[in-house]
Design a protein around this ligand. Structure first.
Ligand SMILES: [Zn+2]
Length: 658
């Protein structure tokens, strides 16, 4: 079994907004779910670079278009890394493998007689980079770009005989009801097909930026015709045929609802013409609005996903987008709603459950839980949830899949309230207490396995805390998603995963609280950072804990720290501070201020132009009234002055250090 999954490739004339990130996150959840299910998965993403808008944007910035695209690739990759997107391949349409595929496919269609020369005259929306028919316009404007006026274009073009494929497409839609999902988009496309298809222009004359048509090299391939071919190019069409044979056809194209026509009418017709199989399924997702308005750069209503991920980390954002938006429909993001869901789902529910379990395990059983019984009610809930989870995820009802995982979390919290482990301990019901604690630990473990695709880093952390020893990437739903009644669990106690936040306030350590029943004492955060191993034979956790060696961290822990190369643009002293310098740095993805305690070792002017290493994903903090967004890495010998960590000055800002 193999699964080839793609997302739309993105224009690089601006950074991705939250809506773009939504598409990548949901596709990533599907890819991770397939891997968790043991399916060999290939997940493709990429950038669409042959856009005239990209070309214009580069010239506006006085940059070579290729260099501009290189820079944007770094910015896109930085955002995708921050959101934990696990693509297997990232294609750029300026790569030779893509050019080879475009030319091969265009040649095939030409040889079929499906590409011919003609005269085009009509409306063109520069921002969509698409020709528009009169009936597509609203009061003379493109509905997606109401602030722009479409251009009337008249040029000699090459056309693709799309009209010839109307019947075969209708036939394909009828015999493959799952070809386009969700159902409302399928109906929309069926109506469009029934109303007839016109041939489309597939070339632009007199332009330099693009791939020349192999049979008419004065023309470049129209950006949409070019872009669609990336799905075949990435897996070797025209460059590596055995690889192409292995992965084509694609199992799933994830695209926005506004481009389903390109993916379910134009693209399949191109494939039919070239004699290639059609993708098994296209899913047209909805839009994420921002406070009720459509997110759009040109409308000025857009949100940078990097900023949103900065607030609570990538996982809470991933959870919000997947759980709160019914997949296929539109959704909305507001900061208030986001904070509310963070508190409800994570701080109060899942995070609190994990904290209560570890606090009770420590207090009553020295953090070591032995198997007891075959599992009671929670085992049944977990089994039913797993079945619902699978059905939902397999049919791309991602929101229902996550909800199924959270049913286990809810049930475990209720179970604790009902069984009241603290009173079992008081009454000396040791056997029942063993059963209850083990059952809760197992429920948390199963929930964390099911949440792995949505919250990869948090899932790994929770699994570690409940004593799971399988490495996260080796987890398999078939075995690890099922209830286990065996195996001693070593429970780790660590700081709260998601401290509760009050609206508008930054997260502070003092907010870290564990809402466990009153008589379960919790230690202050500073002491609980290391895992405490119980002394051998210790009956009561009241025995003084031996000083523990600092715990080893997992690679997932380390990878949470985003170390990046940055360049110092400006540096100045912080008034009234002997130690602090205020730096303005270029991180590759943005420019930001970092306050560094290196004033005793460096003059500000020594630092400008210097290539340094920073922690890029640190919560902002105010130092002497200046907000610092990150941390500069320096070696500090005991009693000596700090020395900045040096790297090759040729490294571009944004390069990840690991
Ligand atoms: Zn438009």
């Amino acid at each position: 079994m193999r699964f080839y999954l793609t997302t739309a490739i993105d224009y690089v004339n601006s950074r991705p907004h939250l809506g773009t990130a939504y598409e990548k996150i949901t596709a990533d959840v599907i890819a991770r779910y397939k891997r968790l299910s043991g399916v060999e998965t290939h997940f493709l993403m990429g950038n669409d670079e042959h856009s005239q808008n990209v070309y214009k944007r580069a010239l506006e910035r006085n940059m070579d278009p290729r260099a501009y695209c290189d820079q944007m690739e770094r910015e896109f990759r930085a955002v995708w890394a921050q959101l934990d997107i696990s693509f297997d391949d990232f294609i750029r349409t300026t790569e030779p493998r893509h050019k080879a595929a475009v030319q091969k496919l265009a040649r095939q269609c030409f040889n079929q007689g499906d590409i011919y020369e003609g005269q085009y005259e009509g409306w063109y929306c520069v921002s969509c980079e698409a020709f528009k028919q009169e009936k597509d316009l609203l009061e003379g404007k493109c509905p997606l770009h109401p602030t722009l006026t479409p251009e009337w274009i008249r040029e000699k073009n090459y056309f693709f005989r799309l009209s010839k494929y109307r019947e075969p497409l209708l036939e394909h839609f009828r015999s493959n009801p799952r070809f386009l999902r969700p159902e409302n988009r399928r109906n929309e496309m069926l109506r469009l097909l029934e109303s007839g298809l016109e041939d489309i222009s597939v070339s632009r004359a007199g332009q330099l930026w693009g791939i020349p048509l192999p049979f008419a090299p004065d023309n470049v391939v129209y950006v949409w015709f070019d872009a669609l071919i990336n799905y075949a190019a990435a897996i070797g069409y025209g460059s590596d045929e055995p690889r192409f044979a292995k992965w084509w056809p694609a199992d799933l194209h994830i695209v926005g609802k506004d481009i389903t026509r390109f993916h379910t009418v134009v693209w399949p017709a191109m494939l039919m013409s070239a004699g290639l199989a059609l993708p098994a399924q296209v899913f047209g997702h909805g839009w994420v609005n921002f406070g009720g308005q459509r997110m759009s750069k040109s409308l000025g209503t857009s949100l940078d996903p990097a900023d949103v991920a900065q607030r609570f980390g990538a996982d809470p954002l991933r959870l919000y987008l997947v759980k709160e938006i019914s997949y296929g429909g539109d959704g909305d993001f507001t900061w208030d709603r986001y904070e509310e869901r963070y508190n409800v789902d994570l701080a109060n529910n899942l995070g609190n459950l994990v904290s209560r379990l570890s606090a009770m395990a420590e207090k009553f059983r020295a953090s070591r839980l032995a198997p007891a019984g075959a599992g009671g009610r929670l085992a049944q809930v977990a089994g039913a949830s797993l079945a619902r989870y699978r059905t939902s995820m397999d049919t791309l009802a991602l929101h229902e899949g996550v909800a199924a995982a959270f049913e286990i979390v809810d049930a475990a919290n209720e179970f604790i309230a009902e069984t009241a482990p603290w009173s079992l301990a008081k009454k000396g019901e040791a056997a029942r207490l063993d059963e209850v604690l083990f059952e809760v630990a197992e429920a948390v473990r199963v929930a964390a396995v099911l949440l792995r695709p949505v919250m990869p880093a948090s899932s790994a952390e929770i699994l570690h805390r409940v004593g799971e020893t399988t490495t996260p990437d080796a987890l398999r739903l078939d075995t690890d998603g099922r209830w286990r009644s065996e195996g001693v669990r070593q429970i780790a106690k660590r700081p709260a995963l998601w401290p509760r936040v009050e609206s508008g306030t930054p997260i502070h350590e003092s907010d870290t609280r564990i809402n466990v029943e009153a008589d379960v004492q919790t230690r202050p955060r500073s002491e609980s950072i290391v895992d405490e191993k119980p002394a051998a034979g210790a009956a009561a956790p009241a025995a003084p804990a031996a000083p523990a060696a600092p715990a080893r961290i997992t690679i997932d822990d380390f990878m949470k720290v985003e170390l990046r190369v940055a360049k110092v643009l400006e540096a100045e002293a912080v008034p009234k501070s002997k130690k602090l310098l205020k730096l303005r740095v270029d991180t590759g993805a943005d420019q930001r201020t970092i306050v560094a305690g290196i004033a005793e070792a460096y003059q500000p002017e020594q630092l400008v132009g210097r290539t340094i290493v920073i922690v890029a994903n640190l919560q902002p903090a105010k130092l002497m009234g200046v907000e610092s967004n990150g941390m500069v890495l320096a070696a500090s010998p005991d009693g000596g002055l700090p020395t900045l960590i040096g790297v090759d000055p040729a490294l571009p800002p944004g390069a990840r250090v690991r």
